[in-house]
Design a protein around this ligand. Structure first.
Ligand code: ZN
Ligand code: ZN
Length: 146
């Protein structure tokens, strides 16, 4: 009977009660950090941060799992960076100063056709293939009559 008494004593001992408190504290801390992490991650990805932190507050593990599946794959900053890159490319094209007369989008001076609206911009020289203005009758590069 001593063994059983020992077990009963252990479960009613202050040490065991302390252990239970520690375990509870651990889970509460884990729970709070899941909610906090979800909030911050959702905010970084530009998705509904408050909504997702409430979901994980109510269903900590299930909510987190669902969030990890449906969250946007891209961070908001990555999206912004990519948009900036595209804008920089467009503006470097625009800085060359040539725009399509039909759709006003930036084109390069050597383009024969507008890649946006397909308007014919230049003709190629029949001899040297340089891009020539449509109204030129002679190629200024090789002097071939067009
Ligand atoms: Zn165009
Ligand atoms: Zn030519």
């Amino acid at each position: 009977m001593d063994a059983i008494n020992n077990i009963v004593n252990f479960f009613s001992s202050p040490f065991f009660r302390f252990l239970l408190v520690l375990i509870r504290v651990f889970f509460v801390v884990l729970w709070v950090s899941i909610v906090f992490w979800t909030y911050r991650d959702a905010k970084n990805r530009g998705t509904m941060a408050v909504y997702w932190s409430i979901v994980t507050l109510v269903f900590p593990l299930l909510g987190l799992l669902i969030y990890l599946v449906v969250r946007p794959p891209e961070l908001l900053e990555e999206t912004k960076e990519r948009d900036l890159e595209i804008k920089a490319k467009e503006s470097s094209l625009a800085r060359s100063g040539v725009v399509c007369p039909a759709c006003m989008k930036p084109v390069e001076s050597e383009f024969l056709i507008c890649p946006y609206c397909l308007k014919k911009l230049k003709k190629a020289c029949s001899e040297c293939e340089h891009a020539l203005r449509l109204n030129w009758t002679i190629c200024p590069y090789c002097q071939t009559s067009q």
